[in-house]
Design a protein around this ligand. Structure first.
Ligand code: 1GP
Length: 249
């Protein structure tokens, strides 16, 4: 069932052409700092705050960070979990994901089965997502998730995985080049996936400049995720980056 958060995302994409999603890693910030960052990003036009990281192990710290963000923003807070420790009752929704190209069943259905009862008990809105890791610099996500990252020069492989995700019922596909990657997802790969699927296409990992963000949108991304780059960049770069994503401005 499509809930409030998914409708908010759909509406923002149809209004703006494409949207920016901000990722905050709860292991890198205090709850107060997370709130400040989220407040700034909301003001700049980010459509939702994602909270998660590949090595999150403390549900308590996660809860505190989500609460810190919630105090400061009205936009949805969406969990981006690495496993069962990535679930917080204080968030609005969860990207309920399967790591499509993991070699370990724990990341394909195991953690999902363990976490599902908690997601239900907390009443979190579920956003079903196929998560696909690409490129040899995909870092912690690829390593922890025991993925065999798709080669960046093989867009057809990404399309196959994305189409499989759609056929499995996912309403989101996330092409992930890894946080801090030196090589973001190439335009050719994004456009190949765009041609193959109708679901919402999220792209992230290593996007640092407005030009990279806008190239990804031109290639067909519906949403661009950036992590710490916004936090560390100048306000001008952050404004330009978020604006560059909106096709209709
Ligand atoms: C990581 O795709 C996200 O999961 C964001 O990556 O930190 O490089 O922006 P960056």
């Amino acid at each position: 069932m499509v809930g409030k958060v998914e409708k908010h995302i759909e509406n923002a994409i149809s209004r703006d052409g494409a949207i920016h999603l901000s990722l905050i890693d709860p292991e890198n910030v205090t709850p107060e700092r997370a709130g400040e960052i989220a407040y700034k990003l909301q003001k700049l036009g980010s459509s939702a705050i994602m909270v998660g990281g590949s090595t999150v192990v403390s549900p308590h710290e996660l809860d505190e960070v989500v609460k810190g963000i919630k105090k400061r923003v009205a936009i949805p807070i969406i969990l981006f979990p690495n496993g069962v420790a990535g679930i917080s009752q204080y968030a609005d929704a969860i990207f309920f994901s399967t790591l499509m190209n993991s070699m370990n069943p724990y990341y394909i259905t195991g953690a999902q089965a363990l976490g599902a009862p908690l997601v239900k008990r907390y009443g979190l809105e579920v956003l079903p997502m196929g998560y696909i890791i690409v490129g040899s610099t995909s870092g912690a996500a690829g390593f922890v998730g025991q993925a065999v990252p798709l080669p960046l020069d093989k867009p057809e492989l990404a399309s196959m995985y994305a189409l499989a995700a759609q056929y499995l019922g996912m309403r989101f596909v996330y092409l992930e080049a890894g946080s801090g990657s030196m090589r973001p997802v190439p335009s050719e790969m994004i456009s190949s996936v765009r041609k193959s699927v109708d679901v919402k296409l999220i792209v992230g990992g290593g996007i640092r400049t407005p030009e990279q963000a806008s190239d990804a949108v031109k290639a067909g991304a519906d949403a661009i995720v950036t992590g710490t780059v916004i936090e560390n960049s100048t306000i001008e770069n952050a404004v330009r980056l978020i604006r560059s994503i909106r096709k209709k401005y």
